[in-house]
Design a protein around this ligand. Structure first.
Ligand code: ATP
Length: 512
């Protein structure tokens, strides 16, 4: 898929009421978006899929909803005040600002692409007898590129780990990375930039307190760890899940809802015995990948990407990457955070945050595995993977969102063939009977063909058409979004036919 398709997806999201630019009538606010009438339904369904997979399917995972504002010392303890920085670099000609690490990552991805293209070409040439591993080990061009990649990658990982900003700049210079806009290599120094938004609480006259908009939801879980453990009588291992807004003053906010300044996270912190964290890390990796793949977009669209730079608190970390229209990108992070956060809060608050383990007969600070996924990125990955333009047999094209039925905003379109003869009333009767089971939409405007297209475009998996025969024998024509096949069915069978296919329960059963 290309950038071109991505543009189409962005305009599709606007045209059909999924996502709008924030404050559009005032020319917009950069990297902030609003969800429209369709978007909010899809978003809520994604959140429900995640929430239920955590708190329904796991007896030992419970949820909370903590406040966005928190005591400012929390962000000192978590390390965000001192270390939640991105390295930024400006191009003096285009005056554009970039993340130095992202420029280098993109460069590395280009080398990977080159190597893969070479391999693909050879695979075509040699056909069945092609031995990919052997080719990668022996082809001089592949070897040369691989060596270059490994060298840059090693320097990059070291520079990140050492927070060596000069070296980051030197890598950009040595690799001759150019600004995609100006095409020049006229770069400034690399500087650190803190991503937290701050504001003031209380009136300035009383000496207002500087507070931050949370850059992640996780800290609300850490500081409530003992509240939940004690009041819920939770035994380790157990998890706390939360969905909520987070805010980051991203330097480079492009790519639509992939990188926003206000976004939503779904995070789960799982508290375990020290020493058992890597086992749980492996387990949650598996569980989370299964959750993604159950959506049915194809296993090849997902991969793990282990971190080059482990955050100061982590002893293992990986990303779940999804193939977006602009390449494989992170949608979820899975981190083994050790006891860093709880210990640090103990230190800064002076309160004990320990757990007494009755089996071991001792107290300890639990270790934590975290799974952290962005709702908006998940939304983008789902819409991108669902979007298809198809040429039909009659030469016309249709745009269809092949959304998983359980996530689709509208499950059933109900369409009277004409606006008279009692057909609209019959259609309303159907909706009144089904509206308790799932979301239906009534549409009587334009030809049936046009109405089908509109439902395809918002991803509605089923439509029924009410015609004159319906009045006589209580049947309708049901039409399936993906195959466009139609068949005659009894109205009183509709609930059975559709409920099963659109139910969250059945989707959850594939992973539970
Ligand atoms: P990136 O490297 O892309 O900035 P990150 O590694 O900082 O992301 P985490 O801090 O691990 O991200 O956050 C967990 C998840 O939250 C990410 O996987 C992503 O889905 C989501 N997320 C983070 N930042 C943003 C953002 N600015 N806009 C939308 N979603 C975001």
């Amino acid at each position: 898929m290309s950038e071109d398709v991505f543009k189409k997806i962005v305009s599709h999201c606007k045209e059909y009421g999924f996502v709008f630019q924030s404050s559009e009538i005032y020319d917009g606010l950069s990297a902030v978006y609003d969800y429209g009438q369709m978007g909010v339904e899809l978003k809520n369904n994604i959140k429900k899929y995640w929430w239920d997979s955590m708190v329904l399917l796991n007896e030992n995972v419970v949820g909370i909803d903590s406040a966005i504002f928190m005591h400012p010392t929390i962000w000192k303890a978590s390390g965000h005040v001192d270390a939640f920085n991105d390295p930024l670099i400006d191009n003096k000609d285009s005056k554009k600002r970039y993340r130095a690490d992202v420029l280098i990552e993109d460069y590395l991805a280009k080398i990977d692409d080159k190597i893969n293209k070479e391999v693909e070409k050879a695979a075509k040439r040699f056909g069945e007898s092609f031995d990919e591993a052997m080719y990668r080990q022996t082809n001089p061009r592949v070897l040369e590129n691989q060596a270059k990649r490994d060298e840059v990658h090693a320097r990059f990982a070291k520079a990140l780990n050492d927070s060596n900003l000069e070296e980051l700049r030197q890598i950009i210079v040595d690799c001759e990375i150019v600004d995609p806009i100006s095409g020049t290599r006229n770069w400034t120094e690399v500087r650190q930039f803190n991503l937290m938004f701050s504001t003031e609480m209380g009136s300035t006259a009383d000496g207002a307190m500087k507070v931050y908009l949370r850059p992640e939801t996780a800290q609300g879980i850490f500081v409530n760890f003992l509240n939940v453990q004690k009041t819920g009588r939770m035994k380790i291992p157990f998890g706390i899940a939360q969905i909520g807004k987070a805010f980051r003053n991203e330097i480079v906010a492009r790519q639509f809802i992939f990188r926003m300044r206000e976004f939503e996270q779904m995070e789960m912190q799982f508290f375990v015995r020290p020493g058992e964290e890597l086992e749980w890390f492996a387990k949650w990796k598996e569980v989370r990948m299964k959750w993604h793949k159950a959506l049915g977009f194809g296993d090849h669209k997902y991969r793990f990407h282990d971190h080059d730079k482990l955050a100061h608190y982590a002893n293992a970390a990986t990303d779940v990457e999804f193939e977006m229209p602009f390449g494989f990108k992170e949608v979820e992070g899975i981190h083994s955070r050790t006891d860093f956060d709880l210990s640090s809060h103990e230190k800064y608050s002076g309160k004990k945050l320990q757990y007494f383990d009755p089996e071991l007969n001792k107290s300890y600070t639990p270790y934590v595995i975290e799974t952290s996924i962005g709702v908006d990125r998940m939304f983008l990955s789902i819409v991108s993977a669902s979007y298809a333009e198809e040429v039909l047999e009659d030469g016309e094209t249709r745009v269809v969102l092949r959304l998983p039925a359980a996530l689709a905003p509208i499950k059933l379109g109900v369409l009277p063939l004409v606006k008279k003869d009692g057909l609209p009333e019959k259609a309303r009767e159907i909706i009144d009977a089904l509206k308790f089971d799932f979301k239906c939409q009534y549409d009587e405007k334009d030809s049936i063909g046009k109405r089908y297209r509109r439902q395809d475009a918002i991803g509605t998996p089923y439509c029924v058409t009410v015609d004159h025969q319906s009045l006589e024998d209580n049947t309708v024509t049901i039409r399936y979004r993906d195959t466009m096949e139609q068949e005659r069915v009894a109205i009183d069978k509709l609930s059975d036919i559709i409920s099963d296919k659109v139910s969250m329960k059945n989707l959850l059963k594939t992973i539970g």
